[in-house]
Design a protein around this ligand. Structure first.
Ligand SMILES: NC(=O)c1ccc[n+]([C@@H]2O[C@H](COP(=O)([O-])OP(=O)(O)OC[C@H]3O[C@@H](n4cnc5c(N)ncnc54)[C@H](OP(=O)(O)O)[C@@H]3O)[C@@H](O)[C@H]2O)c1
Length: 256
C-alpha cells in the first residue's frame, strides 16, 4: 500500500515527526523531511538512509516555503502524502499578560505556516489519485486550557482549516484528484515538547498533564504516529475532515 509512495513531513527533526518518519521508512515510503534545524534534520535523514532527504525550511517564512516546494516539484514531481506536524507552544501566561510577539510566533507557525504548506501540498498531491494529508493538532484545540490561549486557538483553528480543506478537496474535479484531509488531536506525548528535562523542571504541570487523561499516562510517540499512518492509509478511505482524538480519554470526560 505504501511502498514507493512519497511523503512530506513538515517538522521531522524532532519528537513525533521523527517517529512518523521512522515508521513510514519501515513501510518503504520515500521521505521528504523538513524543519529549521539543519543538523538535527540531516541526522534524522542519515539514520533512515537513502530513502529520506532533509530540506531546511522555516514555515513562518513564506519565501522558504516557496523554495521548499519548488525543490519538491523539480526533484520528486508529485507527492502522495503530507504530514503537517510542525508546532510550537508559548510560555504559559493569562490573556491579560499575553505578549503579542509570542502570540504571533505560535499563530504564524501552527496556523499560518501550516496553511501555506497545505496549499502547496494540495497542488502536488492532487496530480495523483489516493492522496492524503494529516495535520497534527492537539487536545488543546478541543478543550480550552487556561494560560495557553495562543496554542489552543492555533490548534482549534487548525481543526476548522482541516475540515474546510477536506470538504473543498473531497471529490475529483477539474483541479485534479480528491485528497483526504484529517487531523489527529493528541493528548500529552512523552518526548518532543515534553522532554524529560521539561517534565522534571515543572513537576506540578507534569502531574496535571497525566491527571487530565483517563488512562493516567502520557502517550508513547508511536501511539500517535500509528494513528497518523492509519489516516494516510487506505484503511481510512472513507475518512475526511475528521479530527481524531488520540488522547488517552482526555477529551471524553472530566477527571480532576
Ligand atoms: N508533545 C505533546 O505532548 C503534544 C501534544 C499534542 C500535540 N502535539 C503536537 O505534535 C506536534 C509535534 O510535537 P512534538 O512534541 O514532537 O514537538 P517538537 O519535538 O518540539 O517538534 C516540533 C517539530 O516542529 C518543527 N518546527 C517548529 N517550528 C517550526 C517552523 N517555524 N518551521 C518548520 N518547522 C518547525 C520542529 O523542527 P525545528 O525545531 O527543526 O524547526 C520539530 O521538528 C506539534 O504540532 C505539537 O503541537 C504535541
Amino acid at each position: 500500500m505504501f511502498s514507493n509512495k512519497k511523503c512530506l513531513i513538515i517538522g521531522a527533526s524532532s519528537g513525533l515527526g521523527i517517529e512518523c518518519a521512522n515508521l513510514l521508512a519501515e513501510l518503504n515510503v520515500e521521505l521528504i523531511l523538513t524543519g529549521r534545524d539543519k543538523d538535527r534534520g540531516n541526522e534524522v535523514a542519515r539514520n533512515i538512509g537513502k530513502s529520506a532527504k532533509f530540506y531546511q525550511c522555516d514555515i513562518t517564512k513564506p519565501e522558504q516555503i516557496d523554495f521548499l516546494f519548488e525543490n519538491i516539484k523539480s526533484n520528486y514531481g508529485c507527492l502522495h502524502y503530507a504530514i503537517n506536524n510542525a508546532g510550537v507552544t508559548a510560555p504559559r501566561k493569562p490573556i491579560i499578560d499575553i505578549d503579542f510577539l509570542s502570540w504571533s510566533q505560535v499563530i504564524n507557525t501552527n496556523l499560518n505556516g501550516v496553511l501555506q504548506c497545505i496549499k502547496n501540498e494540495l497542488r502536488l498531491i492532487r496530480t495523483i489519485p489516493g492522496g492524503a494529508i494529516v495535520n497534527v493538532s492537539s487536545c488543546a484545540g478541543v478543550l480550552a486550557i487556561p494560560d495557553q490561549a495562543s496554542y489552543c486557538v492555533s490548534k482549534s483553528a487548525l481543526n476548522m482549516l482541516t475540515k474546510i480543506a477536506a470538504i473543498e478537496n473531497a471529490q475529483d474535479n477539474n483541479n485534479g484528484y480528491a485528497v483526504r484531509i484529517n487531523a489527529v488531536a493528541p493528548g500529552p506525548i512523552l518526548g518532543g515538547m515534553n522532554s524529560i528535562e521539561r517534565l522534571k523542571s515543572n513537576p506540578e504541570n507534569t502531574k496535571r498533564k497525566i491527571e487530565v487523561t483517563a488512562m493516567k499516562r502520557m502517550a508513547r510517540p508511536n501511539e500517535i504516529a500509528r494513528a497518523i499512518i492509519f489516516l494516510l492509509s487506505t484503511g481510512a478511505s472513507y475518512m475526511t475532515g475528521s479530527i481524531v482524538d488520540v488522547d488517552g480519554g482526555y477529551s471524553s470526560g472530566k477527571y480532576s
